[in-house]
Design a protein around this ligand. Structure first.
Ligand code: EPU
Length: 331
């Protein structure tokens, strides 16, 4: 294993900020995983995939294990099993090309397969937890692999056991139950509108194509404009908070949750009401077509981006009494 010292992660994170890590190694296969030094402590390791969900605000005194994109997908006992380094969107295309349904609504989500369970990726009414059967992890301290079932992953909105409890684990493979007869979900308004205006039937492949078109119309491509997708989670608010906000803002967007007296609202809407859509301070800003996307327009540092994010959080808190929580991992 080739370990590089003092590697700059600027080309490895989609917000394109400077961040020098202490040690760095690339992982292309299981044998690379198995070659990782067993002595590394949990707090000293950082596992990175496509780097599309990080904001680095300082140099990292850590060992970065960087999983490199490499497509490896097989079918085992009717399950689709993908190597963690497979590009997520390639897996979506692989499935829809074979007429397998379940992840078509998650087309074009940036990142690698191994990162998908970590934050339970979701879009257009579907989350990976809906089709995930097991996650295989490699324990770099013991050198053993083991599997976690869907239940053991403790999934919830943008959350999983991988975020709750830090363990010496690296996700190595993911198994999904994708089928030819999975029910489609085009309830989400932009998708429903797309198919009501199109003469194409909502097959899995056409849904993936629709999602791709919708995402491309409002989310910036990180290869062209540096960003990390949704910067904040959509906050859950109580009916008491809702009544207070609705006295002045009748059009507050609300989506049901599992609990009767709690609703999810739109972080993008809250930010837009506070004037952050398209707002810039130097090279740090919020995207002009979607207020939830923090953008590095040039050479903003991680600290400058964080300063703007903190300012946005404070403004939303003061105006609406709602605390935004980062979806992106701030380090
Ligand atoms: N809206 C605004 N201003 C904006 C953008 C949106 O007011 O600038 C309002 C609109 O009312 C819109 C509502 O926000 O109806 C929801 O917007 P959108 O459909 O774009 O979805 P979102 O809630 O902002 C979530 C996920 C996205 C996912 C989309 C589609 C979170 C934090 N984000 O965004 O996920 O693609 O739904 O399902 O849950 C990501 O996690 O990185 C991500 C992009």
């Amino acid at each position: 294993m080739n370990v590089i010292r003092n590697h700059n992660l600027i080309d490895d994170n989609t917000l394109a900020v400077n961040c020098v890590c202490h040690q760095y190694a690339t992982i292309n296969s299981l044998s690379d995983l198995e070659a990782l030094p067993k002595k590394i402590k949990i707090t000293e390791m950082l596992v990175m995939g496509a780097g599309s969900n990080f904001l680095f605000t300082q140099d990292l005194p850590r060992f970065v294990a960087h999983i490199k994109p490499r497509k490896y997908i097989t079918q085992v006992d009717n399950l689709v099993v993908a190597w963690a380094g497979t590009v997520w969107h390639d897996l979506v295309m692989w499935a829809t090309e074979r007429g397998l349904g379940g992840i078509e609504n998650l087309a074009l989500i940036p990142g690698l397969v191994g990162a998908a369970p970590f934050q339970n990726i979701g879009a257009y009414g579907v989350e990976i937890k809906d089709v995930l059967v097991w996650v295989e992890v490699y324990n770099w301290q013991t050198g053993h692999y083991h599997r976690l079932s869907n239940q053991e992953c403790l999934f919830s909105y943008r959350h999983s056991i991988f975020k709750y409890h830090e363990q010496p684990w690296i996700i190595s493979r993911v198994a999904l139950d994708l089928r030819k007869d999975r029910e489609i979900n085009i309830n989400y308004k932009p998708l429903a509108d797309y198919f009501s205006q199109s003469n194409k039937p909502p097959t899995y492949a056409n849904i993936a194509e629709a999602v791709t078109a919708i995402r491309q119309s409002k989310l910036p491509d990180p290869r062209i404009l540096s960003n990390a997708g949704s910067f904040f989670k959509n906050p859950i608010i109580s009916d008491q908070q809702i009544r207070r906000i609705q006295r002045r803002y009748k059009d507050l967007p609300l989506y049901p949750t599992d609990k009767e007296n709690e609703f999810k609202t739109s972080a993008a809407w809250l930010l837009e009401q506070c004037g952050f859509k398209g707002y810039r301070e130097g090279d740090a800003g919020f995207y002009d077509k979607h207020a939830l996307v923090l953008v590095n327009y040039g050479r903003a540092s991680g600290k400058e981006l964080l300063k703007l994010a903190v300012q946005a959080k404070k403004t939303v808190k003061n105006k609406f009494g709602v605390m935004l929580d980062e979806e992106v991992r701030v380090m």
